[in-house]
Write a protein that binds this ligand. Sequence first.
Ligand code: MRU
Length: 337
Amino acid sequence: MTSVVRPVVWAEDHLKLLDQRLLPQQERYLECRTVEDVAAAIRGMAVRGAPAIAIAAAYGLVLAVRRDLDSYPQAEQVLAQARPTAVNLRWALERMRGVIPRSPQTLLETAQRIHEEDLQQNRRMAEIGAALLPRGVRVLTHCNTGALATGGHGTALGVIRTAHAQGKLEQVYATETRPWLQGARLTAWELQREKIPVQLIADGAAAFVMAQKKVDWVIVGADRIAANGDTANKIGTYALAVAARRHRVKFMVVAPGGTFDLRCARGADIPIEERAAAELAEFQGHPVAPAGLAAYNPVFDVTPAALITAIVCERGSLLSPTARTVAALLRRRSSLS
Ligand code: MRU
């Protein structure tokens, strides 16, 4: 059941990242031999998805320390700045910082543990999330949250995979997810490979598909969850949550413990990444807007906790999240430890 797609591969003395910019047409790995290579791959979206970024960054520190033990603080800074919204990146860097002594071998073992644990957490979340779904469920998902975005199996897509394996899943609607098309290029590719019934829809079609009563649950991942349950995820997630509430469709967020950031009291405290205007004004190098046009390109948005039916993490699930229930969830021991 667990997907064999491997976006991040440690190869003895370097890191291999499946270049997600080339999918689905080409499956080609980038070779990263320095921490700068890894930071550039994260910035450039060769590797993306909050958990996969965190895993890649952990291996990036290993590459830095293997060259020069004293480069650690600078390497950490370069990686921390690569993408601002996904807090899993900072979580992984902080976990690596806690490793004493910081020998290349102990750092490598910690990076490998972060990688392996992510897969286990995803499997656990998938069981918990799928248990909330009825038989014959029709799901809409956004962006890519699958094996490509994680250490394997996926967050939201992990729940979808497990629901399919349990014979519960009738249909998945995958949004295109403009402007990077993670839904069309990556989610649809992952689901099609596993023969999970999927139909691609334009982002703008989602509310209408809900109005047509074709969707029971929207299931998405998260790049950061504030202490009160407000959730940052790929731009367009908030619009899906608003439409879901309007049409009485349930809304699930699936994310591991490392996605919660108690330093952010509410969603407004979460830094939102803005990317280049060219990502909107061009498509694969071809202009699709007048030359020189200004564009505003926030790539994440915040869904208020009040619009979320359930948050699922490896410690369990919580319905209608609030600051009190988020704190209680995070106090629970992980069923994996
Ligand atoms: O810009 P991306 O492709 O890194 O955005 C990814 C998402 O928004 C995912 O939904 C998110 O990372 C959470 S699930 C792995």
